[in-house]
Design a protein around this ligand. Sequence first.
Ligand SMILES: C[S@@+](CC[C@H](N)C(=O)[O-])C[C@H]1O[C@@H](n2cnc3c(N)ncnc32)[C@H](O)[C@@H]1O
Length: 482
Amino acid sequence: MTKNAYDEKLYPYSIKAFTHPARMGVVARLFGHGAAPFEKCRVLEVGGGDGVNVVSMALAAPDSEFVNFDLAESAIEQGRRLVERTGVRNVAQLAMNLMDVPASLGEFDYIIAHGVYAWTPQPVREGLMALFARHLSPAGIAMVSYNALPGCHIRRAVRDLAHQAARGHTEPEARIGAARAALEFHVARWDRANAAQNALLEEAKGILAKPDGVLFHDELCDDWNPQFVSDVARAARGQGLEYLGDMQRNLLGDALFPGQLHRETTHLTGGDFAAYEQIRDFADARPFRETLLCRAGAPLERRFDPARAKGLWIDGIFERVDTPGKAHSFRAAGGGEISTSDAGLADSLDRISKAWPAAVPLSDVAGDADTLEAMTRLFTGGAAGFSTSPFAAARVPGERPLAGKLARVQAAAGALEVTTLRHTPARIESDGLRAVLPLLDGTRTLEQAAAELAPAHGGDAASLRNARAALSVFVHTGLMEA
Ligand SMILES: C[S@@+](CC[C@H](N)C(=O)[O-])C[C@H]1O[C@@H](n2cnc3c(N)ncnc32)[C@H](O)[C@@H]1O
């Protein structure tokens, strides 16, 4: 196999919450499409690097089957070590080009291609669509993310600057250094009062905040082809696939509860949803898409229907706050304030909060169509989470606390970022708290774990205080199993 740039400098692969089948399935179900249960499904990740994303899923769904492949052999090697260390049994890690996937790999209920489509040349993009068409099960869902136009025109301008600065350097570190220096030079000079310069400044700051490995690959690679959503939908249709929707909540909300832009543009789109999405991208100058595709011909109904929300699960944190003149007000940890005079809805929000980080069946907290709609609006607004299956994160840890296996392996290897049982990344900055995580493997009490760490943590009492604080943070973050 030929080596690619990802063998030359490792990419910091990480967990992508929106690629989880239990989250993708929500959009599919709300749009009237089926979605295989996470507990019993086949998932393929294309270009998933070391496969940490599917390893996290696989540990939570032992009866499902996961395949990750990537062109970069070094990433797959790393992924195989991760499989060994976590002991996960249902993940295959393959070093493979997406152009050469054998038919014997079979069909998948979910296919994920995050950060691949816009970073590859036209023949490979066509190859990826063809792969979806060949390997998607009849009711399967593919998720292809990509840098989108028109938003990425601004990024193109900043990227051009970084590219010119890196030109002439061959070593990754020298290219990164030259690009960073040029970006910093201009960031210090661009004038915020000038709208165009302010846009460049914001974009450049975002790029500068990226780790070296991401900056090197995402910004300094040659093949970078941001896409119009309408072109992606056309390419999909050419392969017998259909545009289903997008994982971004505001777009989902706009589809379920159409607003003014939708009404004003119906005569332009003729009801073609992908055409409408393109108009939205021009309206919003959208730079990124998380597009869901399904097989053409599947019956789709993108309007909100309470019956379709019923089987879902909900999670969230809603803190009661005092708002003058409002009967019940909450601040949502997911963002935003909610005020309601409906005591039943307020009680439901309390119950959801009390269950965190565990999810509750939506049918338990939303008995009628109005409450189901209110909850769905909280979801599309980002205040609540929906899933087709509950995540394994527990509110009450066992007497011998058990943290998720992947997080324990990551913490033991010294990683600052670990993976929660909610399939999200969590950064644990404190060395003291992080040291506790690998010991919470279900074989010792918290007191025993603290005693083991006592010499390093300033004695028994200080170590126990630290361990208790750690457990409280881990529970809240969704790192602990029941
Ligand atoms: C920007 S990275 C994204 C990685 C990962 N999906 C993530 O988001 O963390 C792109 C990945 O696609 C892989 N890739 C590029 N072209 C490929 C191909 N033709 N076949 C398989 N993998 C490919 C690269 O090796 C790299 O790991």
